[in-house]
Design a binder for this molecule. Structure first.
Ligand SMILES: [Zn+2]
Length: 211
């Protein structure tokens, strides 16, 4: 079983899912900066910020590993076992919401910014996505360069994790590793902290509206 961190508080319970891990580096461009490490670093910052504010936090992973071991006899490929394992973890967490953290990639080096994904016909996840995206936009668009295009909207997505989980949740693509400017920022602790603070503020304003 993965290490589960739980704090007993009156705050909402949040599951943080740092994407990839172990042999799965995520989106990489043949250098030292791996998506899996960016995801985990932001997740740890977010976890610490949320705990300070009284939230109970669980993380699907806290080290450099995938979670395919949660379903050793599950789906046929490691990748599917990993994604199914994350959904299982979330569904057994008794959490109020989850946030899965990833880094995006595309062909165009001028494309930057964050995209928060939610599933269609899920108003709570949409509200969470909007709340997080609004905060992220103030961070990711801070230093625009000429010719750059910034993503700044929420989107629906048919991802396994969103379709097979039973609490409100989103997948946050925090930036583009294919943008030299996003990449430079995502390599620094100070920017990772700003991203974590934005996600935390988004969760706070979402949970403030919960019954
Ligand atoms: Zn990813």
């Amino acid at each position: 079983m993965p290490a589960i961190q739980t704090t007993t508080t009156k705050g909402a319970a949040v599951v943080i899912d740092p994407g990839h891990g172990g042999i799965d580096g995520g989106v990489c461009r043949g250098d030292d900066l791996l998506e899996k490490d960016i995801n985990l670093a932001i997740a740890k910052q977010l976890s610490s910020l949320l705990r300070k504010k009284g939230y109970a936090v669980q993380m699907t992973r806290e080290t450099d590993k995938d979670v395919s071991d949660l379903l050793p006899n599950g789906a046929d490929t490691r990748h599917r076992r990993d994604v199914h394992g994350r959904a299982k973890f979330i569904n057994e967490s008794n959490g109020d919401l989850f946030v899965s953290i990833h880094v995006n990639s595309c062909e165009d080096p001028y494309t930057r910014g964050a995209i928060t994904f939610f599933t269609e016909n899920d108003p709570q996840s949409k509200a969470l996505a909007e709340s997080i995206q609004n905060r992220l936009n103030t961070v990711t668009k801070a230093k625009p360069q000429a010719g750059e295009y910034f993503h700044e909207s929420i989107r629906t997505g048919d991802f396994y994790l969103l379709l097979h989980t039973d609490i409100p949740g989103v997948i946050v693509e925090v930036g583009f590793i294919t943008s030299p400017n996003d990449k430079k920022l995502l390599a620094t602790n100070s920017y990772r902290k700003k991203i974590a603070e934005a996600i935390c503020a988004g969760i706070e304003s979402y949970t403030a509206g919960l019954p």
